[in-house]
Design a protein around this ligand. Structure first.
Ligand code: URA
Length: 193
């Protein structure tokens, strides 16, 4: 059975969310996009201006970096699932606050339960620290960590730098590209296991 109807139902519930103050200042809740049966889910930080306008994650200049990386490993955006830790744009693109992450993670948890991906790719430190608090991205990027997530179960976490950081820093871009290129091998390995 397709995961689409469950995601649609969740999207409806999420659209009415007022659990934190972000909904009052953003234009819309940015649920997520892509394949409801995806093997990989990419989790960013929060929607920016463009995402808030369009209701789709990773649509601005940062999204273009992600698109380029996906193109490089011959995976289509439509084949993966893209979402964020926080579903509403923080004003002036400020960082999400701990209490906003705390309440919004309820939705992320539901999305992961429904999609049940083979790999969770976190983009940047906010998404990483949701799963692995107090972990430095510089120490764990590009390596699979096996996790037992409460209410979700066993998952493979693959932490990457945030594409926005890769956009502005040449060294980070090189690391991000190198890590990203490991994804096809990881998928192949999972298929064999
Ligand atoms: N756009 C998103 O949807 N998420 C980010 O983390 C950054 C840009």
């Amino acid at each position: 059975m397709s995961n689409q109807p469950q995601l649609e139902k969740l999207n409806l519930e999420m659209s009415a969310c007022t659990k934190c103050i972000l909904r009052a200042t953003c234009q819309r809740v940015v649920f997520g996009s892509g394949n409801p049966e995806a093997k990989i889910i990419f989790i960013g930080e929060a929607p920016g201006k463009k995402e808030d306008e369009l209701g789709i994650p990773f649509m601005g200049s940062t999204g273009r970096i992600l698109d380029k990386m996906l193109e490089g490993i011959v995976i289509k955006r439509e084949d993966v699932y893209l979402t964020n830790l926080c579903k509403c744009r923080p004003p002036e693109n400020r960082d999400p606050l701990p209490e906003e992450i705390n309440v919004c993670s309820y939705w992320l948890e539901k999305q992961i339960q429904i999609i049940n991906p083979k790999i969770i790719v976190t983009l940047g430190r906010y998404a990483l620290n949701y799963f692995l608090p107090d972990t430095k991205i510089s120490q764990v990027h590009g390596e699979i960590t096996e996790l037992k997530i409460p209410k979700i179960g066993n998952q493979k976490l693959f932490p990457l730098h945030h594409p926005a950081a890769a956009r502005i820093n040449r060294k980070t871009r090189a690391i991000f590209t190198q890590d990203f290129q490991k994804i096809p091998n990881i998928l192949n390995q999972i298929k064999k296991d």
